[in-house]
Design a protein around this ligand. Structure first.
Ligand code: HEM
Length: 248
């Protein structure tokens, strides 16, 4: 049954001290999240703003002239998605600034996820990091677009509880770019001792294996974690409602 009344922009009815405690709990993750997003964009974006393919951190395949412009578009719009999304998932921000939430939401979707996701569909199959990561990234792009479209449709239909769930899934996928960097370091460290044995001395093959595993884990794990977290929230809300209904 769609929920039309549970509007996340409506302030919850709680006492002032309880409200302050909730805001300070949120600050513990919202501020680090914002700082990580800003640091990631500050590091990742500048070489691509030069529009000079020789500055690309990834090899640019000469046989595919569309690769570089699509990669630049992906990274510019992806940066918008990462920064806007980091504000959007912050409940205090949504409730305190509902108008900004709507505008940032439009920026997240129309200036971020949609163009970045469409552009990357032309980049992912050409990646130099091998077939496993090409498939993993294409799948990620499709799910990124699909969860975001679902979130947008729910908001248009004023089904805000479902809108929130789909947008949380969408943002979990946006964050995959940051988590990917951690997974890749972990896998390179794990696989490095096997270069001469498993990979017959071929370091590129080891890097391709590490890249492939990281692409998949960077979004599958995120989706599993947010799904678990959403379910846990649902069962807690059910328990609270049942407690309120129970006779004294
Ligand atoms: C969630 C969906 C995403 C998918 C499917 C995706 C996929 C890809 C792919 C396929 C590449 C090129 C890899 C290659 O040619 O080897 C790439 C590169 C890149 N993407 Fe994304 N990406 C996503 C989200 C993001 C976001 C949100 C950002 C935020 C800034 C971002 C920033 C970058 C950067 C900076 C690069 C270039 C890598 C480098 O310079 O080291 N991506 N991405």
């Amino acid at each position: 049954m769609p929920t039309t009344v549970d509007n996340p922009l409506t302030p919850p009815t709680t006492s002032a001290p309880a409200g302050r405690r909730r805001v300070s709990r949120q600050l513990r993750w919202a501020v680090p999240l914002l700082l990580v997003a800003i640091a990631f964009v500050a590091y990742a974006l500048p070489p691509y703003l030069t529009l000079d393919p020789s500055q690309s951190r990834l090899p640019v395949p000469e046989a595919h002239p569309q690769y570089y412009p699509l990669l630049v578009a992906h990274i510019v719009f992806g940066s918008v998605a990462l920064l806007a999304g980091s504000f959007q998932v912050w409940p205090w921000f949504r409730r305190r600034y509902p108008v900004a939430h709507r505008w940032l939401g439009r920026a997240y979707l129309f200036g971020g996820v949609f163009p970045a996701g469409i552009a990357v569909l032309g980049v992912a199959p050409l990646s130099s990091t091998g077939f496993v990561s090409q498939v993993g990234n294409t799948m990620l792009a499709v799910l990124w677009l699909a969860t975001s479209v679902a979130g947008y449709r729910m908001a248009r239909q004023r089904r805000f509880a479902e809108h929130r769930r789909w947008m949380i899934r969408s943002f979990a996928l946006t964050l995959s770019i940051v988590l990917n960097r951690l997974w890749v370091v972990l896998f390179v460290v794990l696989l490095l001792p096997q270069v001469d044995t498993t990979y017959g001395g071929d370091q590129d093959a080891m890097i391709r294996a590490a890249a492939g595993a990281s692409v998949w884990l960077s979004w599958v794990v995120n989706l599993l974690v947010v799904q678990w977290w959403l379910e846990r929230g649902d069962s807690r809300a059910r328990a609270r409602r049942a407690g309120r209904r129970a006779p004294a």
